[in-house]
Write a protein that binds this ligand. Structure first.
Ligand SMILES: [Zn+2]
Length: 154
């Protein structure tokens, strides 16, 4: 008969490598409305409107919610879809694939393995060598630009 106790957000693992959870209040305060809609409600930004679909900068794409490393600009390619597209992930364990049967279609949903954020979908029409197209939402990603060659030179 215990009373309701606060938020269930204190379930993150202590070592920082397991799944993490954020409170809804924090995410609403920290994310833009579009970022929140995409990552927490499996929304989709409109094609050709995101900040990364036509971005060719080199760097690492991280989860906008939990900062996990997801994609590299090395595997980004022009799919013509209007969304940032990659043919591979940095680490297979970085994302989780779920079967999405919404909208009368069977699609593979791509979510962040660390925090569960919705990222986009995966389609089997990508280029070699994987044949996969990770069709992502710019709003779910944050590009960390690659530092210059002389960053560590002294
Ligand atoms: Zn995440």
């Amino acid at each position: 008969m215990a009373p309701m106790t606060g938020t269930p957000s204190d379930t993150s693992s202590p070592d920082g490598t397991g799944p993490v959870a954020f409170s809804d209040d924090e995410l609403r305060a920290r994310l833009t409305p579009l970022q929140y809609e995409v990552t927490q409600r499996a929304g989709t930004e409109r094609a050709f409107t995101g900040v990364y679909w036509n971005c060719h900068d080199e760097g690492t794409y991280r989860c906008v919610v939990c900062d996990a490393v997801l994609f590299s600009s090395d595997t980004k390619y022009d799919s013509g879809s209007g969304w940032p597209s990659f043919y591979d992930v940095c680490d297979p364990d970085a994302v989780e694939i779920r079967i999405d049967t919404s909208h009368g279609m069977v699609r593979e949903e791509v979510v962040c393995a660390r925090c569960g954020a919705h990222l986009g979908h995966r389609f089997p029409d990508g280029p070699r060598p994987t044949g996969q197209r990770y069709c992502m939402n710019s709003a779910a990603l944050r590009l960390e630009p690659r530092s210059g060659d002389d960053a560590d030179a002294h």
